[in-house]
Ligand binder design. Structure first.
Ligand SMILES: [Fe+2]
Length: 265
């Protein structure tokens, strides 16, 4: 498994507090089957943009410490970038600063205030500059989840979708669990990430998530092995290869059970 979304760098955002915590988080990752992890600290949150040099230096320090601790995991630099007009200032054409593992892929986060038409225009501008956008934890955006036709049109335009593995377990509530189950049924999950922030909550441990995926696959009679497929997709990021996922033409709604058909709720 390749974890493309994590807050493992120490003391740079609201994630890991220090190097000890970082190493514990990496240990959790490794025991849950993660072989590669991309550090994606928050960038442009509240207007704060840490320098790319700082992110790269911290990533190198963490990689070195993990090697000394004999942790079997590869660590790459990246960022989770809050999307607003400011991104056009620091995401420059021809530079892969703030991208995932030195590739053209960028992990973008929307806010509650984001308007989907404005976000789409900004993302298009970034695509013109050569970036390949990945939308972080898409299940959180009500505006998009309520209009899956928009989501499908975005995916057809090359916007890739990442879900948090904790959403499949119900850790972030039933509502988000429903959203990821809908996305999975529609083959609209391209990447998984832990979005791990700490060791005691919102961790980098993916084992429960892996179990939840297996159960869901059986429940939905879904042929898609999401753990495997998202790992293969993520390896394209690490190898700087383009990903063209199959995107459905329409959104399949969940079939209602007998009780719901009879009584409507
Ligand atoms: Fe995150």
């Amino acid at each position: 498994m390749i974890d493309i979304h994590s807050h493992i760098l120490p003391a740079i955002d609201d994630g890991s507090r220090n190097l000890d915590m970082t190493l514990s988080m990496l240990h959790m990752s490794a025991v849950s089957g993660v072989t590669d992890i991309i550090a994606t600290p928050h960038v442009n949150r509240g207007g704060h943009v840490p320098s790319w040099q700082e992110i790269e230096e911290k990533t190198a320090q963490v990689a070195e410490a993990a090697k000394r601790a004999h942790l079997p995991i590869h660590i790459y630099s990246g960022a989770e970038i809050e999307l607003n007009g400011d991104v056009l200032r620091f995401l420059k054409e021809g530079s892969w600063d703030y991208c995932l593992a030195g590739s053209p892929y960028i992990l973008l986060e929307l806010t509650d205030q984001s308007q989907s038409d404005m976000a789409e225009r900004l993302i298009y501008e970034l695509q013109l500059r050569g970036f390949q956008p990945v939308l972080a934890h898409v299940e959180r955006y009500e505006q998009l989840m309520n209009h899956p036709d928009v989501l499908i049109s975005w995916a057809k335009k090359g916007i890739l979708l990442q879900c948090n593995i904790g959403s499949f377990t119900g850790y972030f509530g039933h509502h988000l669990q429903q959203h990821v189950e809908d996305l999975y049924r529609n083959h609209m999950v391209h990447f998984l990430g832990s979005d791990g922030h700490r060791t005691e909550f919102r961790t980098t441990d993916m084992r429960e998530g892996h179990d939840a995926l297996r159960n869901l696959q059986q429940k939905q009679h879904n042929q898609q092995d999401l753990w495997l497929e998202t790992t293969q997709n993520a390896s394209r990021i690490l190898n700087h290869r383009v990903l063209y996922p199959d995107v459905p033409d329409y959104w399949q709604v969940k079939k209602k059970g007998l009780w719901q058909r009879l009584f409507g709720s």
